[in-house]
Write a protein that binds this ligand. Structure first.
Ligand code: FES
Length: 93
């Protein structure tokens, strides 16, 4: 299977960055799940190139697989800077 990605700058304007190590955005993960049938973390990693670095995005990807990406705690991504809210000190967080 091949990876499907949007150009990063274009995608960041409309998408949340899910995997910071490999610059993979929410729509790319969503496409792997909805259009390409990924139903496990490994499927998503194989199809998107996300998640092969620090692994910090695995929880976010698992939550997307479970159908829930709404912020739900200190490790949800800050809307302003993308860091985990617990680490974020930006004005938007
Ligand atoms: S944030 Fe995805 S591997 Fe590091």
């Amino acid at each position: 299977m091949s990876a499907t990605t949007l150009p990063v700058q274009e995608a960041e304007r409309i998408d949340r960055l899910i995997c910071h190590c490999f610059q993979v955005v929410e729509s790319t993960i969503r496409q792997a799940i909805d259009a390409q049938g990924a139903d496990s973390l490994n499927d998503v990693l194989d199809q998107t190139c996300a998640g092969r670095g620090c692994n910090a995005c695995h929880l976010r990807i698992r939550r997307m697989l479970a159908g829930d990406l709404d912020p739900c705690g200190p490790f949800s991504p800050c809307e302003g800077c993308g860091l985990a809210n617990k680490l974020c000190e930006c004005p938007a967080g």
